[in-house]
Design a protein around this ligand. Structure first.
Ligand code: ATP
Ligand SMILES: Nc1nc2c(ncn2[C@@H]2O[C@H](COP(=O)(O)O)[C@@H](O)[C@H]2O)c(=O)[nH]1
Length: 237
């Protein structure tokens, strides 16, 4: 991954980059999927601002830009975020400037954010935002992942799970839903979505056989197939 425009192949220069927004409950595996999916790709991954404390091993400027509540608020007042939200006691936001610059130079952009922020991107960017909801196989498995990651206190895990129940009920608001059960299969789904959405920028007679296969695969991941009852089953399982 790089934000160096000189590294962009020439054939990308004419098109606008894709804006792909990964959202879903905390602990569902967004970061894990993103690392595998984007490895070796020339994609701009947006580093968020947050007011939360850095976890051991997290690097300022790489994992997050860690700021004080006052600095965060000043950025909000200056209209410096594409979206921002409060999540279980802390603020998180996507700085707008680097996103617009990357899209304009034809580089795909990936955001990894919680659901309220993703809804703001949907409202602000309309169809340009390709929204992908990452779904856990069950709430029990989500709890297991949060506990296994061991980054939160038991109390914070409960708060994140409570928020997850609400977030999962909103999954049909997003264009695609990828279930993160088998990691490889979920990564393959994300690759298909990216290829299919790139193909959408071209006339159909220019699609390659890979583009056509990706379009068919991506169609199987559209969220409209999900009913409220399907979502309720995940929340209750
Ligand atoms: N498909 C999977 N099967 C089993 N475990 C997984 C899978 N995907 C991710 N995990 C594990 O789940 C835990 C949470 O993953 P990760 O940190 O990527 O979630 P996240 O959605 O990015 O969380 P947050 O939103 O809080 O940053 C990690 O320990 C990770 O190794
Ligand atoms: N709305 C936004 N949500 C964000 C952003 N950056 C990260 N996040 C999400 O917050 C929760 C909690 O993150 P954690 O690192 O404390 O576990 C998680 O769902 C992230 O995806 C952002 O810029 N905006």
């Amino acid at each position: 991954m790089t934000s160096d425009p000189s590294a962009i192949p020439l054939h990308h220069a004419a098109r606008r980059g894709l804006l792909i927004v990964m959202t879903g409950a905390s602990g569902v595996g967004k970061g894990t999927l993103r690392e595998q999916w984007l490895a070796g790709q020339d994609v701009f991954y947006s580093t968020s601002w947050t007011t939360r404390e850095a976890r051991p091993g997290e690097r300022d400027g790489i994992d997050y830009i860690f700021v004080t509540p006052a600095a965060f608020e000043a950025k909000v007042m200056a209209d410096g975020f594409l979206e921002h939200a409060s999540f279980v006691g802390n603020s998180y936001g996507t700085p707008i400037e680097p996103i617009e610059a990357a899209l304009s130079r034809g580089q795909d952009v990936v955001l990894e954010i919680e659901v309220e922020g993703a809804m703001q991107v949907k409202a602000r960017m309309g169809d340009e935002a390709i929204l992908v909801f990452i779904m856990p196989p069950s709430l029990t498995e989500l709890r297991r992942r949060l506990e296994g990651r061991a980054t939160e206190t038991p109390e914070r895990i409960e708060k994140r799970l409570a928020r997850a129940r609400e977030e999962i009920r909103e999954a049909h608001e997003f264009r695609f839903v990828v279930v993160n059960d088998d990691l490889e299969k979920a990564v393959e789904g994300l690759r298909a979505i990216q290829t299919a959405e790139r193909a959408r920028q071209l006339p159909e007679n220019e699609w390659t056989p890979e583009d056509r296969a990706a379009r068919l695969r991506a169609d199987t991941l559209r969220s409209y197939a999900l009913s409220d009852a399907d979502l309720q089953r995940v929340v209750e399982s």
